[in-house]
Design a binder for this molecule. Structure first.
Ligand code: FAD
Length: 570
């Protein structure tokens, strides 16, 4: 294909890239090329097995990005996983399909992104979805799964439903009653995918329910359409940088790539270059293309095309921690059960005091983040965004944490994360070589509310294990254990356990943030990179703030909307 010209080149055949490729190639007169570093995983059992979460980790389909030592989290490095395959991270993820809270998508518009609010995005969540009604497959009977028909899409490409693992256990009801019996009850939520997430729920996954195999972006958006003559995918090919037209305007005309055989070439695009390489790669590609902070680019001999210092900043992820308990019976399979408490449920009587304390600290948080990045992002902007985030947590009461009960054998694994940390980090190049590792610094646990929330969820989990009717089903807490972290432990006494044992929650976002340029944005509300006439970013990099669900549903929806923007439908 190196001698043909395409209308659109999409860099990254992952979750978002394949959505955009599919929708653009619906137009028969438009030629689309997808450049993907990975290969087909259609028959890879580590991908297809619905009970195989984690099996692909560390294999050739995992980028396994490594962070620098995390100075606020035990000073060690950690791995951020991401899929390297046709289908991207959707081929290795946990398949959880949970969206966001209405108010937090509305906040995108409030911070300056006109047209990006819940009511604009909700139709795109549905457009991508092929909801498999639970009654159509028999394993669900008696499981208690419920849903609201109006929240779902029935004719989209992406199969969403319940797999066998989630269903065959009476534990669901026990946990529900237990959550109702907590000091501040966590209500039952019949269907969290309509914009209201608070509560305890039985959530759906991206799964082909009849075949009981993983549904990923490739199975949904690419393989059934691979015979379209105007849709091409180039696997095992690494994009190195965008190439630019001569002239005053900054206009992309192609992408320099390294093919599977090690040779290098340039592929031409007549209309647009669309970056969908993921939040830890798209900003790196921009920097290698001369779009970024001149101080960083000049270090590696890269000429600055566009002075846009916030490329790679605003990196937001969550910290994932766990507690373990003895289970008094043996569990098979991988069932899991989720709850989303809001701040009043998590902090109880202390909520107002915690809220006031955090509010007082917002200017200091903003100053600390700005100082850490050399004032590339301005403290005044950060403080404004942090206040929006504070309002979401303490006024609109978005979920402040996600808690998963994961029984396995004779163990209850309690996995959790606080939903919206304030810490902001960065990803930047540290070499002129596009194949070199980037410098990834999420700054986990930098700000003290992030630690406080993470410690409070641990205390909350301990309460669940003291509450009927669940309490007698569990034995001792084995990790960390009360002898290691006593019941009255303060946040700083929890800190060593939390920072030694956390991992990335694998939800990196915002490294090419959609925001007004003067407020630190990299792309505008049409997802176009500032200063360019025809380069867009359509992946998780553009989300300006974290969402409380899991990322994929929102990434699919944003990419669906991006395709409509590119087609001129919006
Ligand atoms: P990706 O899907 O990662 O796509 C980027 C693509 O670009 C990849 O295919 C990559 O190989 C390719 N690429 C990168 N660099 C280049 C280059 N230079 N040249 C060519 N190609 C390149 N979300 C959920 O909703 N539910 C979950 O249960 C869940 N669990 C997760 C578990 C794990 C282990 C991980 C890692 C993530 C999980 N997520 C989950 C998050 C979610 O899957 C991702 O946020 C989402 O898939 C990201 O989509 P994307 O389009 O931004 O990037």
């Amino acid at each position: 294909p190196s001698d043909s010209t395409y209308d659109y080149i999409i860099v990254g055949g992952g979750t978002s890239g394949l959505v955009v490729a599919n929708r653009l190639s619906e137009q028969k007169d438009v030629k689309v090329l997808v450049i993907e570093a990975g290969d087909s995983v259609y028959n890879n059992p580590n991908v297809t097995d619905t009970a195989g979460y984690g099996k692909a980790f560390g294999t050739e389909i995992d980028w396994a990005y490594e962070t620098v030592n995390q100075e606020y989290a035990g000073d060690h490095t950690t791995i951020v996983r991401a899929g390297k395959a046709i289908g991207g991270t959707s081929t290795i993820n946990g398949m959880v399909y949970l969206r966001a809270q209405t108010s937090q998508v509305d906040a995108w518009e409030a911070i300056g992104n006109k047209g990006w609010n819940w009511s604009a995005l909700f139709p795109y969540y549905k457009k991508s979805e092929h909801f498999q009604v639970p009654t159509s497959y028999s394993s669900l009977h008696g499981s208690g799964v419920e849903y609201n028909p109006s929240y779902h899409g029935y004719s989209g490409p992406l199969k969403v439903g319940w797999d066998a693992e989630q269903l065959n256990d009476g534990l669901a009801q026990t946990l529900n009653t237990t959550y109702q019996n907590l000091a501040v009850p966590v209500p039952y939520n019949k269907d969290p995918n309509g914009g209201y997430m608070i509560g305890y729920t039985l959530y759906p996954k991206t799964v082909d329910a009849e075949k009981n195999i993983r549904e990923d972006a490739a199975r949904a958006y690419y393989w059934p359409y691979q015979n379209r003559t105007n849709l091409h995918i180039l696997p095992k090919t690494n994009a190195n940088r965008i190439t630019w037209k001569e002239g005053n305007e900054v206009t992309a005309d192609g992408v320099e790539v390294t093919f599977a055989n090690g040779t290098t070439g340039v592929l031409k695009a007549s209309r647009e270059v669309i970056l969908a390489a993921g939040a830890l790669k798209s900003p790196v590609l921009l920097e290698h293309s001369g779009v970024g902070n001149p101080d960083i680019l000049s270090k590696y001999g890269i000429e600055t095309k566009i002075n846009l210092p916030t490329v790679g900043e605003n990196l937001q992820d969550q910290m994932n921690n766990g507690l373990k308990y003895v289970a008094k019976r043996n569990y098979s399979g991988q069932p899991d059960y989720v709850s989303y408490p809001s701040a009043p449920e998590l902090f109880g009587n202390s909520t107002t005091a915690v809220a006031n304390n955090v509010l007082r600290k917002l200017p200091a948080y903003a100053a600390q983040v700005a100082k850490a990045n050399g004032n590339v992002t301005k403290a005044s902007d950060l403080e404004r965004f942090f206040k929006v985030q504070w309002d979401l947590i303490f006024k609109s009461h978005i979920p402040v944490a996600e808690i998963l009960v994961e029984p396995s054998g004779y163990v209850y694994d309690m996995e959790y994360w606080a939903s919206v940390p304030f810490s902001r980090g960065s990803v930047h190049i540290q070499s002129a070589d596009p194949s070199a590792k980037a410098r990834i610094d999420p700054k986990y646990f930098m700000l003290d509310f992030d630690l406080q929330a993470q410690a409070q969820v641990a205390r909350f989990i301990r309460e669940i294990f003291k509450t009927q009717p669940f309490a007698p089903m569990a034995g001792a807490e084995t990790s960390p254990g009360y002898s290691s972290v006593p019941s009255n432990a303060t946040d700083s006494e929890w800190a060593p356990y939390l920072t030694a044992n956390y991992r990335s929650n694998y939800h990196p976002i915002s490294t090419a943030a959609m925001l007004p340029k003067e407020a630190g944005g990299v792309v505008d509300n049409s997802l176009k990179v500032y200063g360019t006439s025809n380069v867009r970013v359509v992946d998780a990099s553009v989300l300006p703030m974290q969402v409380c669900g899991h990322l994929q549903s929102t990434v699919y929806a944003v990419a669906e909307r991006a395709a409509d923007i590119i087609k001129g439908n919006i």
